[in-house]
Design a protein around this ligand. Structure first.
Ligand SMILES: [Zn+2]
Length: 260
């Protein structure tokens, strides 16, 4: 059976001397894994189309077992992502997160749209740290981690001061602060920002400018949720954190996580 799908390459793995196993996140079929025969040879017509972050239209032959990519046409290059080390690092983190939190062969058009918009925004030069935060907060729900953010997780109140509680997975109002010893107190601005990240679609947010401290705190909260509630720690996170700490000592291009 021959299928035409629109997808984004989120992971590749060498297979044998000349082949690649390619994971695509597609609009029609969700995440699928295919063989790309000969794609490791530079002269192959599949070489360019099977690089990570490529958005293309793929024709896939599916018999028994894993599908095979027969041909592909790029829909756009997103090449700025690959030209800038910070953009590459954030885009790698976003694709790894989506890869970890989704199952094979489950159509998830909303996640495809989000991935597409996030990579686009990074390619177009929006703050990649903010875009990554959006994806992290947005992916909580598909990951089965649904925080209570519209009201107090304990009493249901929508008024008052709020704090974040990992124990309750959501906000607690000041009347309920006592039920968790380890709450993180939040300013009204941060409460609003977390709700924006979680509820508002990426395309409606545009070029939000965020303070460094706000981004750090929101990142710390969301990454702690993934780690403590789902045991998820990403490989690309370590690399990203090194870059964030020491931007003046940027590693050379060769030291980037490799796209085989
Ligand atoms: Zn309460």
């Amino acid at each position: 059976m021959q299928n035409q799908v629109e997808g984004i390459v989120i992971r590749t793995m060498p297979y044998g001397e000349t082949n690649k196993i390619v994971t695509l996140f597609t609009k029609e079929a969700g995440k699928i894994t295919c063989m790309a025969r000969g794609a490791k040879k530079p002269a192959s017509r599949l070489a360019a189309i099977t690089q990570v972050f490529t958005h293309g239209s793929f024709s896939i032959y599916k018999g028994k077992g894993m599908g095979t990519i027969q041909a592909g046409d790029p829909l756009e290059s997103l090449r700025h992502i690959r030209e800038d080390i910070m953009s590459t690092a954030y885009a790698s983190y976003v694709t790894e997160l989506i890869d970890r939190l989704t199952e094979q062969d489950e159509p998830q058009p909303a996640i495809f749209d989000m991935l597409y918009q996030a990579l686009h925004a990074i390619d177009e030069g929006y703050d990649p740290e903010a875009i990554t935060l959006f994806v992290e907060w947005k992916m909580l729900q598909p990951a089965g981690l649904t925080p209570t953010l519209h009201q107090c997780a304990n009493c249901g109140s929508t008024e008052g001061e709020f704090a974040f509680s990992f124990q309750e997975l959501g906000f607690l109002c000041h009347r309920c602060f006592h039920i968790d010893r380890y709450i993180i107190r939040l300013s009204p601005a941060l409460v609003k920002l977390i709700r924006t990240f979680y509820f508002v679609p990426i395309e409606r947010v545009g070029s939000l400018t965020l303070k460094k401290e706000s981004k750090s705190l929101l990142k710390q909260i969301v990454r702690t949720i993934y780690e403590e509630k789902a045991g998820i720690r990403l490989k690309s996170r370590k690399f990203l954190e090194q870059l964030e700490r020491t931007p003046e000592f940027l590693p050379k291009k060769e030291e980037l996580p490799k796209d085989e």
